[in-house]
Design a binder for this molecule. Sequence first.
Ligand SMILES: C[S@@+](CC[C@H](N)C(=O)[O-])C[C@H]1O[C@@H](n2cnc3c(N)ncnc32)[C@H](O)[C@@H]1O
Length: 253
Amino acid sequence: MTVDTMAEEGHRTDTAAEAPDMPEWDVSRYGPLRERLVILPRSQRSCTLVQPADLDRLLDLAQADPEEHLPYWAELWPSGIALADALLLDPSPIHGQRVLELGCGLGLTAIAALWAGAQLIATDYSAEALWLTRWNCSRNTGRVPDLFRMNWRRPSEQLARLIGSSSIPVILAADVLYEDRDVEPLLRLVEHLLAPGGLLWLAEPGRRTATTFIERLRQKGWSDEVATWSGPWPDAGDTAVVVAVHRLRRPRR
Ligand SMILES: C[S@@+](CC[C@H](N)C(=O)[O-])C[C@H]1O[C@@H](n2cnc3c(N)ncnc32)[C@H](O)[C@@H]1O
């Protein structure tokens, strides 16, 4: 893969790290945090997540961002819930495995992956998302994943060195395909990192961009096994959302 030399600020923590202090959360800038109980629809496992309470404030801050990075990391998405649930219903593909998550958000999928015994590297371009993932994972599982700040539009040399090409057996991603500009970078990244025969476990709520992405993989010989989740979701506005959880398997060669 061609990787830009434009290095991202990578920061890692040790998997066996001690419980972290409260994340460096700047209340005066981002507003207060709130706690919520999440119950996964099928496995019925529950966890408590910390998330920003004032999303409007984060949206106002995002208007100044030249890349228009909206604070989607601050919300709880049905796809993250469905993928977390799917991992707990069948932990065998990730148990004891090196697993990479793209776009970890608040860390719900990461919590489930740790419960399922994965050796997880959680990534996001938002430092705030990584803090919250660290906090939420520690609080619920007593462990924290390795955390790496990475923009998949400009994956860094550092990430390529850290992970190595074709070396990850499983990649997790929940609701990361909602902008057309992300299809090509995500295809390149996944094809660079995932081992032959490896699994991309992707949850998506039927967005066109995700359909395009999946179709591109199918054309390259990837297989796709799909299960659907229809909630119940914690947010009333999501009632009609149906999430497809894809197990996309890369051909061996
Ligand atoms: C819709 S949210 C989903 C969050 C979480 N996976 C879930 O399902 O709850 C998309 C996530 O991808 C991250 N993200 C978006 N664009 C990104 C990029 N170019 N590089 C890395 N992360 C990105 C966002 O910060 C956010 O955490």
